[in-house]
Design a binder for this molecule. Structure first.
Ligand code: COA
Length: 379
């Protein structure tokens, strides 16, 4: 009976093996449950956990392209500086009166429903991760659900800046693991152009607007979201925040005049934390799960700065061809970067591929998630 303790779960994830394990576990419980220590019981319940996988992805970028060349005409900067310091060549901006984050999010949800031919009424929950909600309230998740006809869903916004999507993914997976919900959508969306000061050359070069989304469902083949390490540290507040518009400093004529409704960032400090935070946690996740660089098909990093991405890949021992990079086209789209990568690379992903999703953002927030990809996409 003790043999079941040496399986080293979750390293073995194929279907036959899981079935075999479950049979042994049932036997173990019925024959001699009382001889199991607390640690052994914990391991058994972990082994019996539902597996939850990404089963569809959607993405959206606005049409308008704000290139480095255009920025050169707006602020004291140049393409060479931006490219070498950040990796960004251009970013997308949502133009149009009355358009907000929800409008981009809606496009991604519609794509998912259409791709999978799912009735909107089947969706149980929608989590919208964003720092640029349409309004302070109601939640942007509400607005997206309303505009896409998710009449049976509940939903909420989750704010964790650039790590928002990863936090949302783990939260959504837990909802399905609980057994109470079957289909949950996570939308990562940000209209950063709404909170960026286009006269501040240290921030406006970095950010863009976009949305990405995934559908999560139970998986019986051992694929899906296998492990996550997520962290927050309030020390980050001083280095990256928006000074006004919250309950501490509500909007006033003075706050508007002082440009306090824009992103405030101490770039160098954030950079140092981000390099260490994203690289360390990705490596820690690999160590925890005995994953080598050879086991990993793709690193899906948050796209804040090409130098941060390179440092993370180096720490993990991954060659450049295993790293998804689209920062040159879209810049930092905050919550949207990771699902946007999944959307762009979807056709190249193969069932069984090991992906490490890694992020670092304001707060500070950071994390890494191990995903075993659950499906092949027809070419
Ligand atoms: C913002 C960032 C690109 C700045 O790069 P950097 O190498 O740290 O540059 P510095 O801030 O040290 O500035 C170096 C010089 O370039 C200048 N500079 C800043 N922005 C510039 C721009 N757009 N164009 C030209 N020069 C610029 C600075 O004024 C400074 O000049 P000085 O030496 O004469 O004072 C970088 O710090 C960064 O990416 N930080 C992390 C961002 C991040 O990850 N944020 C979100 C977390 S999700």
């Amino acid at each position: 009976m003790y043999a079941i303790m040496v399986f080293g779960y979750p390293k073995f994830q194929n279907y036959d093996f899981l079935i075999a394990k479950n049979q042994i576990i049932e036997k173990a419980f019925s024959i001699n449950f009382t001889c199991l220590s607390k640690r052994q019981v914990f391991k058994i319940s972990y082994m019996q956990k539902k597996q939850v996988a990404i089963t569809a992805v959607g993405g959206y970028v606005p049409d308008y392209v704000l290139s480095n060349q255009i920025l050169e005409t707006m602020i004291d900067t140049n393409d060479e500086w931006i490219t070498t310091r950040t990796g960004v060549k251009e970013r997308r901006i949502l133009k149009g009166e009355g358009l907000g984050s929800s409008d981009m999010g809606v496009e991604t949800v519609k794509q998912i429903l259409q791709k999978r031919n799912i009735d909107p009424l089947e969706i149980d929950c929608l989590i919208c991760t964003t720092v640029t909600p349409d309004m302070v309230f109601p939640a942007t998740a509400n607005i997206i659900a309303y505009k896409t006809g998710l009449k049976n869903a509940f939903g909420f916004d989750l704010g964790a800046a650039c790590s928002g999507f990863l936090f949302g993914l783990t939260t959504a997976a837990s909802l399905i693991e609980s057994g109470r919900y079957k289909k949950v959508i996570v939308v990562g969306v940000d209209k950063m152009s709404a909170i960026v000061d286009y006269s501040d050359r240290t921030t406006c070069i970095l950010f863009g607007d976009a949305a990405g989304a995934v559908l999560l469902e139970e998986n019986t083949e051992g694929h899906g979201i296998l492990d996550s390490l997520l962290r927050v540290d309030g020390v980050g507040c001083q280095h990256l925040h928006m000074k006004a518009g919250g309950s501490v400093k509500p909007a006033s004529i003075e706050t508007v005049m002082a440009k306090e409704h824009f992103v405030y960032q101490e770039g160098q400090s954030v950079f140092k934390y981000a390099v260490k935070g994203m690289a360390d946690i990705s490596y820690e996740l690999m160590q925890k799960n005995n994953l080598t660089a050879d086991d990993i098909a793709w690193l899906v990093p948050h796209q804040a700065n090409l130098r941060i991405i390179d440092a993370t890949a180096n720490r993990m021992g991954l060659p450049a061809e295993k790293v998804m990079i689209n920062i040159q086209k879209y810049g930092n789209t905050t919550s949207a970067t990771i699902p946007l990568c999944l959307w762009e690379w979807e056709k190249q992903l193969k069932k069984g591929d090991n992906l490490i999703l890694a992020a670092f953002g304001g707060g500070f927030t950071w994390g890494a998630t191990w995903v075993k990809w659950a499906y092949n996409t027809p070419a």
